[in-house]
Design a protein around this ligand. Structure first.
Ligand SMILES: Cc1ncc(COP(=O)(O)O)c(C=O)c1O
Length: 353
């Protein structure tokens, strides 16, 4: 796909000078332009990049009634030479289409997704702030637009990409509640997809955790509530003695790109890693005998978030502060690769030329 295959309508002026980049609530400010591409008559149409602004959409569009919507979350980073980088973007593209398939949404062609994104990023380069911890969050999403309140897959969709300058998602350590009753996902369900509804369904139980002073829930399997699975927008890692443990991905768990990168980085740092099921009982035992050293979440938005305390069955447990923590070591290496500060021997990064 050439740039000429995208219709480009530039904004008359840029909002950038009025932005206080130090104080942006996550996801609340958008860049000057957005990309959209409609699916109708059985195919994806010509993508358009136009000034960011509201959409006109029928209240009978199927997304509002049946929730046919999926999304991705990725980031662009700027190095000290003002070059802009993406981190493993093909993985996001592939997961986007995997999510679409599960929600009966037509897959987006790679050239629309990748070249559309690269063209948009070239136009919005100034919005990517330098410095570790700064990035431009990328939100590709697709939703059903066909008019009609009838419970069947839509025949029309809109694919879009929005860009939003961000700093870290959670500031400070995170306290989590281990789920005993509510579930995020079930076998045969949509847990492995980035379905919009997965997130809406977590808000109520997460609010209950918030009311008790916790920010996140660590979800357990839906049938026994014994197996520790993942958190709201993060996969989770447990360090018992010197071994890092994370649950295998499954139909219920999102196959996180940060997770698989952390597994690689840990091996690179000679940290013993085990990808295996881990139970609440094992966690409680490790907490009791003091072999539980760290818990952290890993995801694009949050990067790596250290868990400082957890709650299970109304009991609170504090985690120790460890020196030379795995979370800090792995986060540093990951951010340095993402920001092109160190050599990317894994070939994960892609320069936006
Ligand atoms: C439910 C869930 N788990 C894990 C992750 C982490 O995935 P990634 O590292 O690809 O951002 C995310 C964020 O995308 C998520 O929404």
């Amino acid at each position: 796909m050439q740039d000429s295959d995208i219709e480009i309508r530039k904004a008359d002026t840029s909002k950038i000078d009025g932005i206080d980049f130090e104080n942006i609530p996550f996801g609340s400010v958008h860049t000057d332009h957005m990309l959209s591409c409609d699916y109708k008559d059985g195919k994806w149409q010509k993508p358009v990049i136009e000034p960011y602004g509201p959409l006109t959409i029928s209240p009978a569009a199927r997304v509002f009634h049946y929730g046919q919507a999926i999304f991705e979350g990725m980031k662009a980073y700027k190095d000290t030479n003002d070059d802009v980088w993406l981190f493993r973007p093909e993985e996001n593209f592939e997961r986007f289409n995997k999510s679409s398939v599960r929600l009966a949404i037509p897959e987006i062609p790679k050239d629309i997704f990748m070249n559309g994104l690269l063209t948009l990023l070239r136009m919005e380069k100034d919005w990517v702030q330098k410095g570790i911890g700064n990035s431009l969050y990328i939100r590709p999403f697709v939703f059903a637009t066909q008019v009609g309140v009838s419970a069947a897959p839509s025949e029309e969709y809109k694919f879009m990409i929005l860009l939003t300058p961000v700093r870290a998602y959670y500031t400070g350590d995170v306290k989590v509640v281990i789920a005993e009753h509510y579930s995020r996902a079930a076998n045969g369900g949509v847990g492995a997809a980035k379905a919009a509804g997965n997130y809406g369904a977590q808000f109520y139980p997460t609010n209950l955790a918030r009311q008790k002073g916790f920010q996140q829930v660590i979800w357990t399997d839906d049938s026994t509530h014994q197996f520790l699975e993942e958190a709201g927008t993060m996969n989770v890692f447990f360090r018992i003695n010197d071994t890092l443990i994370t649950a295998p991905t499954s139909e219920r768990i999102l196959d996180g790109i940060t997770r698989k990168s952390i597994i690689e980085l840990a091996k690179d740092q000679d940290i013993p890693v085990e990808v295996r099921k881990i139970t609440v009982d094992e966690l409680l035992e490790a907490q009791q005998n003091k072999s539980l050293k760290e818990i952290f979440g890993a995801g694009t938005a949050a990067v790596i978030s250290t868990v400082s305390a957890f709650s299970y069955k109304e009991q609170n447990y504090d985690l120790p502060t460890v020196e030379n923590a795995y979370a800090a070591r792995l986060k540093k290496q990951l951010l340095n690769i993402q920001h092109n500060e160190i050599e990317d021997k894994f070939s994960w990064t892609l320069k936006v030329d």
